[in-house]
Design a protein around this ligand. Structure first.
Ligand SMILES: C[S@@+](CC[C@H](N)C(=O)[O-])C[C@H]1O[C@@H](n2cnc3c(N)ncnc32)[C@H](O)[C@@H]1O
Length: 263
């Protein structure tokens, strides 16, 4: 798993900021909830939530120490927020949460069952979860294109034995994955979204921060050429430079019954 560049992410994450800000605004909150933000990144969205639960609290967790370092250094007045290094597939907590949110993190977790099991185990009975992440569909994703490039003659030695670090689930599979974790899907939607980075260079910068799992296999001098190959090939999928298209799954879930803790 990549150690995401927290400082770099703040400069290129306008896309994720916009999507998560919209999602946070649509969540109904009474103001006293205890919330967990899974895959919180640099904590920007976690802070938006903390501001909406002044009598509650928010804990943001992320497996990337550099993201958590960036999250902890933000300068604000919020006192109801905390951050820690943690992975959704192994997380355990001394308390249960009323609400768990996760924005554009869960497609980086190949073991979806484990992710949802741990989400369920960290919720109060009747607690809610809101997850939003990239799902699968007919159009090749940027990550699919990156995997195709790893097979090119120039890169295949460096990527020998490289396993896909992501999963784009079939949205129709969500209810059975959730049910296996004793979670019920209350509502879900899939939106075909696009984001215009404005230039090929800006899109390549975004790919460089997000493709740490791939670039960790390469000497740093080769990283720009690998990203170039991915960006070039992706242009054929979307039709023009700097454009990014993706399917965004959004789901609201609730914990059904008592679940086995920390399985
Ligand atoms: C695109 S960033 C999203 C950050 C933030 N939620 C946002 O919307 O700006 C994806 C994050 O998922 C995190 N992530 C990857 N694997 C994870 C896992 N197994 N458990 C929790 N978070 C994970 C990465 O470290 C990264 O910070």
């Amino acid at each position: 798993m990549a150690n995401w560049d927290g400082a770099g992410y703040a400069h290129i994450s306008g896309l994720q900021r916009t999507m998560a800000t919209d999602a946070v605004e649509s969540v109904s909150l009474a103001g006293a909830e205890h919330v967990l933000d899974v895959g919180c990144g640099d904590g920007y969205v976690t802070r938006l939530i903390a501001a909406r639960v002044p009598a509650g609290s928010v804990l943001g967790i992320d497996p990337s120490p550099r993201m958590i370092e960036a999250a902890r250094t933000a300068d604000d007045q919020l006192t109801n927020i905390d951050f820690g290094v943690g992975d959704v597939t192994t997380m355990t907590f001394p308390r249960d949460f009323d609400l768990i949110v996760s924005f554009n993190a869960l497609h980086w977790v190949p073991d979806q069952q484990a992710a949802y099991r741990h989400i369920a185990a960290a919720l109060e009975p009747g607690g809610r979860a809101l997850v939003q992440y990239v799902c699968g569909g007919p159009r090749p994703s940027i990550e699919d294109v990156a995997m195709a490039v790893t097979g090119d003659a120039r890169w295949s030695t460096a990527f020998a034995g490289f396993a896909r670090p992501f999963v784009h689930i079939d949205p129709d599979a969500l209810s059975s994955i959730a049910a296996s974790a004793d979670l019920e899907v209350i509502a879900h939607s899939v939106t075909d979204r696009e984001w215009d980075f404005g230039s090929r260079e800006a899109f390549a910068r975004w790919c460089t921060v997000g493709f740490g799992d791939w670039t960790a296999r390469l000497p740093s001098a080769d990283i720009p050429a690998f990203i170039d190959d991915v960006v070039d090939r992706y242009e054929a999928v979307v039709g023009r430079p700097g454009l990014f298209r993706f399917l965004q799954l959004r789901a609201q879930l609730s914990r059904r019954t008592a679940v086995l803790k920390h399985s």
